[in-house]
Design a protein around this ligand. Structure first.
Ligand SMILES: Cc1cc2nc3c(=O)[nH]c(=O)nc-3n(C[C@H](O)[C@H](O)[C@H](O)COP(=O)(O)OP(=O)(O)OC[C@H]3O[C@@H](n4cnc5c(N)ncnc54)[C@H](O)[C@@H]3O)c2cc1C
Length: 458
């Protein structure tokens, strides 16, 4: 075994997963080179700051509770840059019968809430009495939640929530893989509500705060830039698309920098790429594609439309995180984030920022519209749900043709193929949003674990 400082590792992809792994491995003294096809770092994390507006084109906020994230932020010296969501961001609105209604957060609020019918409320409370269930197979998220809470909660709670997280279809998503913590709660407690209460109680006993939402004063790019700026000079190779890998005791990595194909050899390779890029990776002299099956993972398109208005143009108090729209309401938006209510510094004084999400598995054709037609399509929702008047004073449109990987029923075959590929080709490690969870915190934890595993194999 060579000295750790002579070990070299290629990292494919400079999203948050690849950057976290690169940071850890270079800290351990390994020589790291990160290959990124685009001209920028951060992948899905993309912040723009202009004229007092702070636009998050991709992820908007992160959830606390992942220890790897807390430790990384502290270690990067970013604690002073963290902004936690305003207290009113606890409130979320769900659209029912064309009106945004507050999601009840306490048992008394539930009893009086117009969001759910009496039947649904009784069903919700009765879930506390659920016994253990024996599941021999995975099932769709919709079937899973219906079996606990009934159809109304599927339509007016699960469906909009899933649109907000996956922009996906709960009839297709796998309960086991898309929301593993819920699946686990059912295994251990039977009742999901009793399980949640037990988790909260255990957290209080450890004197840990309840999970909360946060970002950074200058947006999520802060994290990306802090990681990238700590890498030794020459680590990042932007504008370099990975084409093929030749496995061996040393791995030959072949990339194209736009002018020519280039090669360099490494002791190990970390692939922190989205599913389609993993699927396209060619291996060995014959150019096999052992991960070609990952092409079957659906990635519905999403458009994010960041809109700025004067405060007096919006009638709604915007006192919350935002609103979510259930599919049964048949509208044009998946949801609207109240971006300037969530965190300070998102809009100039006297103005407000809204982020409209459209498309997803529900209406993929909407996501692909140019900005003016998309704005026209969501206009009715802005006016009808939030009382928006007049034209936006600022706007940014970002189209994500392949936004979020869907952990649909049968996802284990993709997990198996990634695990099998690692076994066939020692020295290769695969991780990130296609494998370890779609949230930024899950990807940071994945980056940490990839670095650990890579260091252990060298
Ligand atoms: C619109 C949107 C909203 C979201 N909202 C949230 C949110 O609010 N909170 C949250 O926690 N998560 C959110 N997410 C999810 C989260 O942002 C992503 O899952 C996460 O950032 C993925 O990180 P990653 O590093 O695994 O992949 P990526 O960020 O996709 O990075 C992969 C990198 O690999 C590069 N690459 C691809 N192919 C090649 C190749 N052949 N050669 C070299 N480089 C290549 C890409 O250019 C990219 O930079 C959102 C995602 C989107 C799209």
């Amino acid at each position: 075994m060579a000295n750790s400082d002579t070990q070299s590792i290629a990292i494919l992809g400079a999203g948050i997963t690849g950057l976290t792994a690169a940071h850890r491995l270079s800290q351990r003294g390994h020589r790291v080179r990160v290959f990124e096809q685009s001209g920028r770092v951060g992948g899905a994390i993309r912040t723009e700051s202009t004229g007092g507006w702070l636009v998050e084109a991709g992820p908007n906020s992160l959830l606390t509770g992942e220890p790897a994230v807390t430790a990384l932020i502290r270690e990067l010296g970013l604690n002073g840059h963290v902004v936690t969501a305003r207290p009113e961001a606890r409130h979320r609105y769900i659209v029912r019968d064309g009106r945004p209604l507050a999601l009840p957060l306490t048992p008394p609020a539930l009893l009086t809430s117009p969001l759910f019918s009496l039947n649904a409320k009784v069903r919700l409370l009765a879930e506390l009495l659920s016994g253990r269930r024996v599941r021999t197979a995975d099932l769709s998220l919709e079937d899973f939640i219906r079996s606990h809470f009934g159809q109304e909660l599927v339509d007016y709670a699960l469906n909009p929530f899933v649109s907000g997280v996956y922009a996906g279809n709960p009839r297709k998503l796998s309960a086991r893989h898309a929301f593993p913590k819920l699946w686990q709660l059912e295994q251990t407690h039977g009742s999901l509500l009793r399980g949640q209460l037990a988790v909260a109680k255990a957290r209080q006993a450890r004197h840990e705060p309840a999970p909360s939402i946060f970002s950074f004063t200058h947006g999520l790019q802060t994290l990306v830039h802090a990681l990238a700026s700590r890498l030794p000079a020459g680590t990042l190779t932007l504008g370099s698309r990975l084409e093929s890998l030749v496995p061996g005791a040393r791995w030959n990595v072949i990339w194209n920098d736009g002018e020519a194909a280039r090669t360099e050899s490494f002791d190990a390779v970390i692939a922190a790429l989205p599913a389609a890029s993993l699927a396209g990776l060619r291996f060995g002299p014959l150019g096999e594609r052992p991960l070609a099956g990952l092409d079957a993972i659906a990635h519905p398109p999403v458009s994010s439309l960041f809109l700025g208005f004067r405060r007096d143009q919006v009638a709604h108090p915007l006192d919350g995180f935002g609103l979510l729209v259930p599919a049964v309401e048949q509208r044009s938006t998946l949801g609207i984030l109240f971006s300037s209510s969530l965190f300070p510094g998102r809009a100039p004084d006297g103005q407000v920022a809204l982020t409209v999400m459209a498309g997803g598995t529900r209406q993929p054709e909407l996501a692909a519209l140019p900005a003016d037609r998309l704005l026209a399509a969501v206009r009715g929702d802005l006016t009808g749900l939030l009382g928006v008047k007049g034209e936006a004073v600022f706007q940014r449109h970002t189209f994500w043709p392949r936004a979020i990987p869907q952990y649909d029923l049968g996802h284990e075959r993709h997990l198996d193929s990634m695990a099998a590929c690692e076994r066939t080709y020692p020295g290769l490690l695969i991780g990130g949003q296609a494998r370890n969870g779609i949230s930024v915190p899950a990807c940071i934890a994945a980056g940490e674990s990839l670095a650990e595993r890579a260091a252990a194999t060298l």
